[in-house]
Design a protein around this ligand. Structure first.
Ligand SMILES: C[S@@+](CC[C@H](N)C(=O)[O-])C[C@H]1O[C@@H](n2cnc3c(N)ncnc32)[C@H](O)[C@@H]1O
Length: 344
């Protein structure tokens, strides 16, 4: 998924930095003896990679769509039968489209006669998405699929439908003309089944609350860097994941999001929240990803982390997140920082 702040292309940098930091501290434990927590997990790529390396992963995100995808990637393993998964995907792909919530609110034909004629999906893809989403829920309620299969299918739907969205990559607006990828007929693609070595656990909570309940060895923090809220930029994925018929507003059909608004996106709150988080974290090694354009300065982060142990700053150049129609007004590269702390 083309997700704001995805660490897909920075995983090698993160992993080698974690390895060096642990080595410098004389760490001798094997990954499967350690807990790695990724508490703002987004697409789950970081969690997935550390799970594959054998760590016991704790993942979390405040957004439900992220929880669904990560719940599959991180908690599912040998408990899924691959052949049956493929069979279920085929079955869902063969469904006829249905005029459900996505069709009625987010495609041109379905919004006829309404104040806003939205163009997030083609008629075909909106109906297909509704048919698959409804069938997944019905199968689960009728005990025809297990909870593990439910999250596998729902995660696969969220990941798949995003590829057909008629947006410049986030859901804060739709394009006035259909782009090429949005015109293709939607096909449900299975998410991979990721194999690990030990038990892993996924949560859907505000990190400031969860941090009081969990402990472990390595804590990875990847908060939003700026004022762009994930709840508004990915509102449609949230609605497809929840499928809770929300009241929606305005041109973009935004759902209510007050409870998911992140304080990490609020200039006058982020510093205090971050300081509390570091204070409350019961982890030996803490790593924070942030860039040179974030709401907190490097000096502020260093001052906060330095109080709790041995601090070090690592960095790497990184290509800026780009929407399809991004203007070329600023430099394409940003500096991606990794703030490392070995807590006393
Ligand atoms: C930079 S993205 C993480 C990207 C992720 N590392 C990846 O590679 O896909 C930041 C994430 O933090 C989540 N988030 C923001 N505020 C949060 C909070 N208070 N508690 C938990 N998650 C939060 C957002 O929903 C978003 O998915």
């Amino acid at each position: 998924m083309n997700y704001i702040g995805s660490k897909y292309s920075l995983i090698d940098f993160l992993k080698s930095s974690v390895a060096k930091t642990l080595e410098s501290n004389g760490e001798t434990r094997a990954p499967n003896e350690m807990i790695f927590a990724d508490l703002m997990a987004g697409t789950g790529v970081v969690s997935e990679s550390f799970k594959q390396d054998g760590y016991s992963v704790i993942a979390n995100d405040i957004q439900y769509y992220s929880y669904v995808i990560t719940k599959h990637l991180i908690e599912n393993d040998d408990n899924l039968d691959e052949n049956r998964c493929i069979q279920l995907i085929d079955e869902l792909n063969n469904l006829e489209g249905v005029e459900g919530f996505v069709y009625k609110n987010y495609c041109f034909e379905g919004t006829e006669g309404q104040e806003f004629r939205r163009m997030y999906f083609t008629e075909y893809n909106a109906k297909k998405c509704d048919a698959i989403r409804i069938a997944i829920e019905e199968k689960y309620k009728a005990n025809l699929i297990s909870e593990n299969e439910y999250f596998f299918l729902l995660g696969s739907l969220i990941n798949s439908i995003d590829k057909y969205a008629n947006t410049a990559s986030v859901y804060g607006a739709y394009l006035k003309k259909f782009k090429k990828s949005a015109l293709k007929e939607m096909k449900l693609e299975p998410l991979p089944i990721v194999h690990g070595q030990v038990e892993c656990k996924v949560y859907n909570e505000d990190i400031s609350e969860l941090i009081m309940q969990v402990s472990g060895d390595i804590l990875y923090l990847d908060p939003p860097y700026n004022a762009r809220q994930y709840c508004t930029n990915y509102h449609l994925l949230e609605t497809i994941a929840r499928y809770d018929n929300p009241v929606i507003h305005g041109k973009t059909g935004l759902r209510e999001y007050a409870e998911q608004k992140s304080v990490f996106c609020i200039k006058n709150k982020v510093e205090e929240t971050f300081a509390e988080l570091i204070k409350n974290a019961k982890f030996k090694y803490i790593f924070l990803s942030y860039n040179n354009e974030g709401l907190m300065s490097c000096d502020t982060i260093e001052r906060i982390m330095n109080k709790y142990g041995k601090y070090k700053l690592l960095f790497q150049d990184h290509r800026r997140f780009k929407a399809d129609n991004a203007r070329e007004s600023k430099a394409d590269m940003t500096v991606e920082y990794l703030h490392c702390l070995i807590k006393r």
